[in-house]
Design a protein around this ligand. Structure first.
Ligand code: GRF
Length: 193
């Protein structure tokens, strides 16, 4: 019988890495098990907490500090680093750096991001603060392909977050992250299968 080749992914993080952790767990024993494997967790911050989490989960990690580097120079280093891993897709999960065309062209239509708002409504950082300050009863999470713009790429899927009664920023974030953790893996499964 024909067995589907699993996609090889690199997950990019800059900090906590809670989305990365749920994706890794889903590849190890969940809905992503048959469709992809994590070749590498990469960070532009060597101190990112998520790198330790990834190691504990048995995943290879790497980091290149981005501080003070020109976007294109840094991205060229990243493309070079990724080469031996044979990565099919880059999955951004809290990667706090805008990508240059160097990386986007090398992985055209193969870079995916999660944005904690509806990309038609709000772009850039601070999405949960925006939802909280505007007293939104519902917000959305968007999973999308990455293009040269900021949160402008083709949408893969959106999921709703019920914020009714969420009266602190912490509660808004908690509810949002709960949806992100479930929804990112579901969206990735659709892309990879
Ligand atoms: C998430 O809210 C994600 O949507 C945004 O940055 C946050 C990262 O959190 N891009 P974590 O590192 O996955 O815990």
């Amino acid at each position: 019988m024909f067995k589907q080749m699993k996609k090889r992914i690199a997950i990019f993080i800059s900090g906590r890495g809670s989305n990365m952790e749920t994706i890794v767990r889903q590849t190890q024993s969940g809905i992503l098990k048959e469709v992809c494997e994590v070749a590498l967790v990469f960070s532009n911050k060597p101190q990112a907490r998520g790198l330790e989490t990834a190691k504990e989960l048995g995943i290879e990690t790497a980091s290149i500090p981005s501080k003070g580097k020109k976007r294109a120079d840094f991205d060229r280093e990243v493309v070079h680093l990724l080469e031996p891993y044979g990565v099919d897709y880059i999955v951004l999960a809290g990667f706090m750096r805008i990508l240059s065309p160097v990386l986007i062209q090398a992985y055209r239509n193969r870079i995916i991001n999660i944005h904690p708002a509806d990309t038609d409504e709000f772009q850039g950082i601070g999405a949960y603060e925006w939802a909280f300050e505007n007293k939104k009863e519902f917000t959305k999470i968007t999973v999308h392909f990455v293009d040269e713009g900021v949160d402008t790429g083709q949408v893969i899927a959106k999921a709703e977050v019920d914020l009714r009664g969420a009266d602190t920023l912490e509660e808004v974030e908690r509810r949002g992250l709960e949806v992100e953790h479930r929804f990112y893996s579901e969206a990735l499964e659709k892309v990879f299968k």
